[in-house]
Design a protein around this ligand. Structure first.
Ligand SMILES: Nc1ncnc2c1ncn2[C@@H]1O[C@H](COP(=O)(O)OP(=O)(O)O)[C@@H](O)[C@H]1O
Ligand SMILES: CC(=O)OP(=O)(O)O
Ligand SMILES: [Mg+2]
Length: 394
C-alpha cells in the first residue's frame, strides 16, 4: 500500500474521516471514508470503501479516561487498513484560524497553543477540532499533523464586508467578521471552475446547509461575503444555533432575566435554531417527517432565513447568476431547495421540480435566469490535498 493521509473533520459529537492515497495527482485518491462517534456510553466506528461497500462497523464501550477513545479506534483501524507505517500524516479541519492563520500548516507546540487561545471565538467547535490533535500528539508524537482552517477561504474579506460597526479600538484588537465553512466553499469553488471557467465567473451564492449553515457570495473562486461573522453563530438559522439576532435580546436576557454568560452561550449555540423553534429536534430529516405545526414553523423560518440572506449576498455581488446547494440538507432535502427557490423567484431563480426531486446536478428550470446546482461537498478531500502538499513541502 502506498503512503496515505488521514483527513479528520471533527464535530462536537462525531468525527468524520477519510483516508486518501498520497498520489502526486491533483486530487488525492480516496481509499475509505467513515464516521466515529460516541453516544450513550458506547463508541462506534463505521468505514466505507469508495464504492460504498462496508469496510468496518466496530463497537466499543466508552470509558477511556483521557477521552482519546475515538481517535485511538480510528488510528488502529486506519493502520490495519493501509498497513502499519503507511500513514504519512493526519490533516484536520480547524474551525477557527483567527486573523493570523491562513495557509494550512504543520502543527507544532506553538501553533497548537495559538489555536487553543482562539477557543473563546468558537466555543462550540474549537475544542472539538483540537481534541483529536491533542490525542494524536500524545499517542504518536512523531506523526506529522496539519491544520486546515475553515476561516481561510474568507481571509481577504475587507471592509465594509468584514467590518463590525463597533468603536475602532475593537477592530484594532482584531474583532472582525471572519466567516467559516471555508473548506467546503474551497471544494465547491474548485468544482465550479472544473465544470467551466465561465461558471466560476458568475455571481454565485453557495448555500452550505448542514448542522451549521452559512452562505458564501462567491465569484472568480473567491469569497466576496459570507453570512457567518466573528463567530459561527451569525447568519442563517441552524440546527441548534440562532443565527443573526438582535443584540438587544442578549442584553435583555442578561439584564432582565439574569441569564449568566455560560447560560447565554448554551442557549445561543445549543438550544436555539431548528431545535429551539420546533421544540422537537435540530435534525432536518426528523422535522420534515413530523406532523407537528412547530416543526413546520421551524422549517419555514429556516427557508425564510436562507432566502433573506441570499438577497443580502446578491446585494454584495451586485446580482445573482448561480445558486449552489451543498451540505447534508442542501444535497438531500429537495423540499428545502424547492421552498428556497420559490422565495427567490423575484431574483430570477426557478427550480425544475423533477430535476430537484431526482437531486440532479443541475436543477434550474429551462427558463431560470439563475443557474441552480447541487454540488456535494467534500471537506475531507480538501483537507487531504492540503495535508499532502504541506508534507511534500509544496
Ligand atoms: N435525506 C435527507 N433529507 C433531509 N435532510 C437530510 C437528509 N439527509 C441529511 N439531512 C440533514 O442534513 C443535516 C446534516 O448535514 P451535514 O452536512 O451532514 O451536517 P454536519 O454539519 O454535522 O456535517 C441534518 O439536519 C440532516 O437531517
Ligand atoms: C463552522 C460550522 O458551523 O461548522 P459545522 O457546520 O460543522 O457546525
Ligand atoms: Mg459540517
Amino acid at each position: 500500500m502506498t503512503d496515505a493521509v488521514l483527513a479528520i473533520n471533527a464535530g462536537s459529537s462525531s468525527l468524520k474521516f477519510a483516508l486518501f492515497a498520497m498520489s502526486g495527482a491533483d486530487e488525492p485518491g480516496l481509499l475509505a471514508r467513515g464516521k466515529a462517534e460516541e453516544r450513550d456510553g458506547a463508541r462506534r466506528l463505521v468505514a466505507h470503501a469508495p464504492d460504498g461497500g462496508m469496510l468496518a462497523d466496530r463497537h466499543a464501550a466508552s470509558g477511556e479516561p483521557d477521552g482519546h477513545g475515538l481517535v485511538s479506534d480510528l488510528l488502529a483501524w486506519s493502520e490495519e487498513h493501509i498497513g502499519a507505517g503507511a500513514l504519512a500524516g493526519v490533516g484536520h479541519r480547524v474551525v477557527h484560524g483567527g486573523g493570523l492563520h491562513v495557509e494550512p500548516a504543520r502543527i507544532d507546540d506553538a501553533l497548537f497553543a495559538a489555536l487553543e487561545a482562539l477557543t473563546p471565538l468558537a466555543p462550540l467547535h474549537q475544542p472539538g477540532s483540537l481534541a483529536p490533535i491533542r490525542a494524536l500528539r500524545a499517542m504518536r508524537p512523531q506523526l506529522p499533523q496539519v491544520a486546515c482552517f475553515d476561516t481561510a477561504f474568507h481571509h481577504d474579506l475587507a471592509p465594509p464586508v468584514s467590518r463590525l460597526a463597533l468603536p475602532r479600538r475593537y477592530e484594532v484588537q482584531g474583532l472582525r467578521r471572519f466567516g467559516f465553512h471555508g473548506l467546503s466553499y474551497e471544494y465547491v469553488a474548485r468544482r465550479l471552475a472544473g465544470l467551466s471557467p465561465s461558471l466560476a465567473d458568475r455571481r454565485t451564492v453557495v448555500a452550505h446547509l448542514g448542522s451549521g449553515a452559512s452562505l458564501c457570495a462567491m465569484r472568480h473562486g473567491r469569497s466576496a461575503d459570507t453570512t457567518m461573522g466573528f463567530s459561527a453563530l451569525d447568519g442563517l438559522v441552524m440546527a441548534t444555533r440562532c443565527g443573526a439576532i438582535d443584540p438587544g435580546v442578549l442584553l435583555y436576557l442578561q439584564q432582565a432575566q439574569g441569564l449568566s454568560v455560560a447560560a447565554l452561550e448554551h442557549l445561543l449555540y445549543k438550544e436555539s435554531g431548528l431545535l429551539g423553534v420546533s421544540g422537537l429536534s435540530g435534525d432536518m430529516q426528523a422535522l420534515l417527517k413530523s406532523d407537528a405545526p412547530e416543526a413546520a414553523e421551524a422549517v419555514d423560518l429556516f427557508c425564510f432565513s436562507i432566502a433573506r440572506h441570499t438577497a443580502a449576498m446578491a446585494n454584495t455581488l451586485g446580482g445573482l447568476e448561480c445558486l449552489v446547494f451543498t451540505g447534508g440538507i442542501g444535497e438531500h432535502a429537495a423540499e428545502i431547495r424547492a421552498r428556497v427557490g420559490e422565495r427567490l423567484g423575484w431574483l430570477g431563480v426557478a427550480i425544475d421540480a423533477a430535476a430537484n426531486a431526482a437531486a440532479a446536478p443541475d436543477i434550474g428550470a429551462a427558463d431560470s435566469a439563475v443557474r441552480v446546482l447541487i454540488i456535494p461537498t467534500d471537506e475531507e478531500a480538501v483537507i487531504a490535498g492540503h495535508t499532502r502538499d504541506v508534507l511534500l513541502g509544496r
